[in-house]
Ligand binder design. Sequence first.
Ligand SMILES: C[S@@+](CC[C@H](N)C(=O)[O-])C[C@H]1O[C@@H](n2cnc3c(N)ncnc32)[C@H](O)[C@@H]1O
Length: 242
Amino acid sequence: MSFFGELYLRSTQPFLSADITAREIAYLQRCFTGLSLPGPVADLGCGHGRHAAPLNGSGPLKGRVVGLELDAYSLAHRLPGFPAIRGDLRALPFQSGSLAGAYAWYSTLFAFSETEHRVILREIARCLRPGALLVFQSVPYERLSEHPGAAFQRTLPDGSVLQEESRFDPDTGMDHGRRRLTLPDGRVLSGVYTIRYYPLAELTQLLEATGLTTRWVHGGLDGEPLCSTSTDLIVGAELRHG
Ligand SMILES: C[S@@+](CC[C@H](N)C(=O)[O-])C[C@H]1O[C@@H](n2cnc3c(N)ncnc32)[C@H](O)[C@@H]1O
């Protein structure tokens, strides 16, 4: 976990505006309004809880959110107001059929190998109650294909210098990135990541193969359809009965 943890939190938080997070929370609240199944709703890879804390505090998921996170630093620095479990997406620490729902933001489910993506989706399917919803966000494959390379350097508000470069390979759907953060005291945090961006048809097949049926696909937080200019790929999928 060299990429997630302190490097990820310090370098990502300055770019996550309160407005974006509030819109993501409102989107998730709409998804889970009228939830009739009993049990908790898991925030998979909850990080420091920017969704889990407010969702657990009020609205349709009040008192029902549990965070799942592997990184100890993120858990130690999390926002107050929600319970969290330290565990691995690839071997979820929930009983079979116990979750009323789950969500995962920021391509969290796809920062692994293809084999592991299957394992993770099967694990989620195992833990959900029949009819329960999984909502997740990623970025459309087409968007990466159009902008396959990125490199930038920026000074963050605390004076840290962030350097990042990434390259997307359309043949494999893999985006390989490298991030380096030089803190004001000279300490350097660095790490690499790989994220798989699936074309929608492949993603739908993957979900089907793991017991989940796609209920909706949105291209943004207002529930707009996915189109060639969409910046988000948000999927709502349901665990099939039987
Ligand atoms: C892209 S971040 C998203 C964090 C949070 N959901 C958000 O939107 O701010 C992915 C999160 O998943 C966590 N993570 C990575 N691998 C994991 C694993 N195998 N099991 C559980 N959590 C993991 C990371 O530590 C990180 O907090």
